[in-house]
Design a binder for this molecule. Sequence first.
Ligand code: SF4
Length: 439
Amino acid sequence: MIDKTVFENKIAAYYTLGCKLNFAETSTIGKVLSEQGVRKARPGEKADICVVNTCSVTELADKKCRQAIRRIGKQHPGAFIVVTGCYAQLKPEEVSRIEGVDLVLGAEQKLDILQYLDDLKKKEERGAVIASPTKDIRTFSPSCSADDRTRHFLKVQDGCDYFCSYCTIPFARGRSRNGTIASMVKQAEEVAAQGGKEIVLTGVNIGDFGKSTGETFIDLIRALDEVDGIVRYRISSIEPNLITDEAIDFVAHSKRFAPHFHIPLQSGSDDVLKLMRRRYDTALFRHKIEKIKEVMPDAFIGVDVIVGTRGETDAYFENARTFIESLDISQLHVFSYSERPGTQALKIDHIVDPKTKHARSQQLLDISDRKLHTFYEAHIGRKAEVLFEQTRKGGMMHGFTENYIKVEIPYNSSLVNETRQVTLGDWNEDKTALKIYDF
Ligand code: SF4
């Protein structure tokens, strides 16, 4: 039984580090607290409860979490600080020792936050409480973030069964699981009813959707495509071996799925892919890119790559670079390999020094810049449908085409969350977006 009086007149501040999945889950934690009457802190306002949803994808991510928690403690003196997310799941003791932390919630407990916020007593009075994280995480907690009026992040799947050699996510988020198609459709209908226009399907390994419900990813996207009111869906990162040709054909002919893909390659060398224990080779990856471009020539394709993994020799990197250069893709997201305790990658002998990692990263970023530039330039003068977003920066607003080209115009509040047919113009001043000729 929850004692509601504990939450009377309380104010909460929310902080999210890491991926879109975390953003969706923080938003659900916010909903749980607001149902108890807890109000969200306004900018600059002191909160009584601070919820920090952490990430642990790299050593640097852990460090950023520690810094953020300390900073939040100073910004909200006396607040009850709750830390959850991947870092809290993987290293609960370490997190509990950070100055100011009152409660550490594992991945399974984050949405049961109310039962742990029983008396809001500070650490000084009773010590930091660790709600012992469950190792075998199996619960699927539905989440959909609605922070922006335009774009919503719908969690369709959680966890991963792949155990790539460098990754700790399966330990932090547990086994692959998902909600039902019917529950996803319901959430999409709610987004549409609230006026939301764009939904990004998120998860850890979303192509694995259906494992726990006996359904399939293609049936999920078929069902979502029928939800009236949603203008666009985007599929966030999906493993190359799980994006089927059937799903690619479906997106090409669908009513609402945007020609926009985000596919992790991780390495363009087959030898390194084997060391990483990835489940495809470069031939399969190339086939997927060619298939997308065959049926959607203007599709935007973003690709994740990790440089400096253990075992990535000069020769392997050179193979990888040549392969990546040859792909018809739009942008690279380049990450530097980071050692993670408990991973199989630590057994590989060859270690890449930081200077070489940096140089490799730079080479791939240059390729990315060239590819992105070419992709944008090819669209100048062409017609496109833009959905304008809420954020205002320096008197300007932004929007995105279906194929993820960013456009910039002077701020006009009547265009927020609206779509318009436009002719794409030349680059803006800092070459980060295109201007618009007419609409
Ligand atoms: S597919 Fe591999 S890299 Fe992605 S979350 Fe699963 S184990 Fe980690």
